[in-house]
Design a protein around this ligand. Structure first.
Ligand SMILES: [Zn+2]
Length: 145
């Protein structure tokens, strides 16, 4: 995996701008969203854990194929956009060409925005346009292999 992650700050900043457009989801619904997104992406469903430390960030650990979310109902992480962000990391890390990509690079963004299109009322091309206005690169397509 590339050690560079040149657009991570812009991706987080953009998510803060658009976060109010996404609904909060309950802890009961989160596993169903993750399962549906993984079935759509044809990857094994990662394990899901909650971290009682609320200052921790949502993250995905590829070695354990595990998504961790801060554990409290109504917290910032319990929205469709942040959950699908972590699922997008899982999908991206399951791709054979991942070693060539940055963690929050154009390929990750393509996967993430496609998931937002599939599982929220946002449209892919509108999201791509908005991301690019915020100077975030999005791949035009994923290479197939
Ligand atoms: Zn991320």
């Amino acid at each position: 995996m590339s050690t560079r992650d040149t657009q991570v700050k812009r991706v987080y900043a953009w998510q803060n701008v658009i976060r109010h457009e996404f609904s909060e989801i309950s802890e009961a619904v989160i596993p169903h969203l993750i399962k549906a997104a993984c079935e759509y992406s044809e990857i094994q469903v990662p394990r899901l854990r909650y971290n009682v430390n609320m200052s921790s960030m949502a993250h995905y650990r590829p070695g354990e194929h595990k998504i961790t979310l801060p554990g409290s109902a109504g917290s910032w992480s319990h929205r469709t956009d942040t959950v699908l962000h972590e699922v997008a990391h899982a999908v991206h890390r399951c791709r054979p060409d991942r070693e060539e990509h940055e963690t929050h690079g154009p390929e990750f963004m393509y996967i993430y925005l496609d998931l937002l299109d599939q599982f929220t009322d946002h449209e892919f091309f509108a999201l791509v346009k908005d991301a690019r206005i915020h100077c975030i690169e999005v791949a035009d397509k994923l290479t197939t292999n």
